[in-house]
Design a protein. Structure first.
Length: 526
């Protein structure tokens, strides 16, 4: 072996970095291997368009992470020592309709109700109770997001035996549309909440086992707003890397891991594409997507691998257009320019469902399902003075019905033109004259940039109830350990608590701490 470390980490997505940082703080000598030229995976910021304009490679909003003790207790000092800062936004979300109206959801519920009442007084009244229930659900569930889930036996035998647990399970087994039809009567609020939730979890509003998500969307929105890291998502990555290096760890970029070596049933080393064998005295921790697990680890139970390969991916993914602008976009509807990300849509529930039906069949909708905003308005550090960074995100299928994922390379520029033309209909100033440069990211690009985004799925795996908690990504892999190979652990968006920038690697770290008998006081436990 060329060198030996206590822990070798494969991949530097934020989940892996979080776990690595906890282990480094505990005194373990940690090495992180990253195949790309940069760390961060889905949490990385870059000058994609031109120098001075900072865009997100993948993840934009950090919502769940604000409930994570990683941040609330600053367990690793990311905020107090390593420069991480989150900007509190007053207007986190607006649904702008192409008839010139707008429904805005605020952290202040009274203001949200006032906005809703312009469309339906009955829905404004119902929203009061819905948001209260959503807050209770989020408050009860949030603590479980950042610790290892219970065993499948405990979950079904104990958690569902309580009224609250059974209610959560039954709610989660329903669809967006089931839940929203029960609470509300008008199209506008249903569209706003559906788009909010579906843009987070990338699923059809009629898909079953998603009913928890509208509650989660509204509950987290009210409690935490939209978490915008100053300087971009890469600020989280940079803080984690500084923490790891500060505690004696190492990070290697341009270094691709190809194999987890195990002897006598225990992970002992990692082999790289260059043939280097790096020893791991205590553990190997990997961002190894379930679909790829068999490529990295030989000799695993065929039934385990079969279930891993069958992990369901999200039905949709994202298409993004990043642009450097001469000035921020100005919406035709007044008062929403400061919202970080706005849904732009027709005011018709039927039209929205038609668009999702098109996506399900691999077709691009007549009008793109897009959301957009200038992040530099709330965070001027992302662009030169007076200029702006535009982020536009569209839900799209990974596999196009007329050519598969490879066809994205042929149509990406034409589709970007269509997306920007649609956005221009909602603004007073978006035109070619203010677009300095642009960069397009397709579903095919997601998969190419990160193995954790198999099939272009930026959530790692679908966020259905049957792939959540104790069942994510599969029941046998849900405790972050790989059966048959001791001291091999998993971290990534495909693990509990799920996709997005959540800091979920904390739960992986807790599992490793338990197995290595490390002092758990950093987690606030003993």
């Amino acid at each position: 072996m060329s060198r030996e470390y206590d822990v070798v980490v494969i991949g530097s997505g934020h989940n892996a970095l979080v776990a690595a940082a906890y282990l480094a703080v505990a005194g373990k000598r940690v090495l992180v291997l990253e195949r790309n030229a940069y760390p961060g995976g889905g949490s990385a910021t870059a000058e994609l368009t031109e120098p001075g304009f900072h865009s997100e490679r993948h993840g934009l909003m950090h919502v769940l992470i604000l409930a994570n003790p990683l941040i609330t207790r600053d367990e690793l000092g990311l905020v107090s020592r390593y420069g991480l800062e989150y900007i509190d936004t007053d207007k986190p979300y607006a649904a702008i309709f192409d008839d010139g109206t707008c429904l805005t959801l605020y952290r202040d519920r009274a203001r949200s109700r006032e906005s809703i009442a312009r469309f339906s007084k009955a829905d404004a009244e119902a929203y009061e109770e819905f948001a209260t229930v959503a807050g209770e659900i989020v408050e009860a569930a949030a603590a479980s997001f950042f610790v290892p889930p219970p065993s499948v036996q405990d979950y079904f035998g104990r958690e569902l035996a309580t009224p609250a647990g059974l209610r959560a399970y039954l709610t989660g087994s329903r669809s967006f549309s089931d839940v929203l039809d029960e609470w509300f009567e008008g199209d506008h609020l249903k569209i706003a909440i559906t788009r909010l939730a579906s843009e987070i979890v990338l699923t059809h509003p009629d898909d079953k086992s998603t009913g928890f998500l509208p509650y989660a969307g509204v509950g987290f929105l009210e409690r935490y707003g939209v978490a915008l890291p100053r300087g971009g998502s890469g600020s989280l990555t940079n803080a984690l890397v500084r923490c790891i290096l500060d505690h004696g760890g190492e990070l290697r970029t341009h270094c691709e891991a190809t194999e987890v070596v195990h002897e006598q049933g225990r992970a002992v080393a990692v082999r790289t594409s260059g043939g280097e064998l790096i020893g791991a005295r205590d553990a190997v921790l990997g961002s190894l997507h379930p679909h790829h697990l068999g490529r990295f680890v030989d000799g695993l139970d065929p039934e385990l691998l079969r279930a891993a390969r069958q992990v369901q991916l999200s039905p949709f993914t994202g298409f993004a257009v990043h642009a450097a602008l001469e000035e921020p976009i100005r919406y035709r509807v007044p008062g929403v320019d400061m919202s970080v990300l706005n849904t732009l849509t027709e005011p018709s529930l039927a039209a929205m469902y038609d668009a999702y039906d098109d996506l399900r069949r691999g077709r691009l909708p007549r009008l793109p399902l897009l959301c957009a905003g200038c992040t530099s308005v709330e965070d001027p550090s992302r662009a030169p003075a007076g200029k702006a960074v535009l982020h536009v995100f569209c839900q799209v299928p990974y596999r196009l019905a007329d050519g598969g994922p490879e066809r994205w390379n042929e149509i990406k520029d034409a589709y970007a033109d269509q997306v920007l033309a649609r956005l221009a209909e909602f603004t007073t100033n978006l035109s070619p004259s203010i677009i300095r440069s642009r960069h397009v990211v397709t579903p095919f690009d997601h998969e190419t940039s990160s193995p954790s985004f198999a099939g272009g799925d930026i959530l790692g795996a679908a966020m259905y109830g049957y792939q959540s908690g104790s069942l994510r990504p599969t029941p046998r892999l849900s405790d972050y350990r790989v059966p048959g190979v001791e001291r091999l652990y998993l971290a990534g968006p495909f693990m509990h608590p799920g996709g997005g920038i959540t800091g979920g690697g904390r739960a992986t770290a807790m599992t490793v701490f338990q197995d290595l008998a490390l002092d758990p006081s950093v987690f606030g436990t003993s």
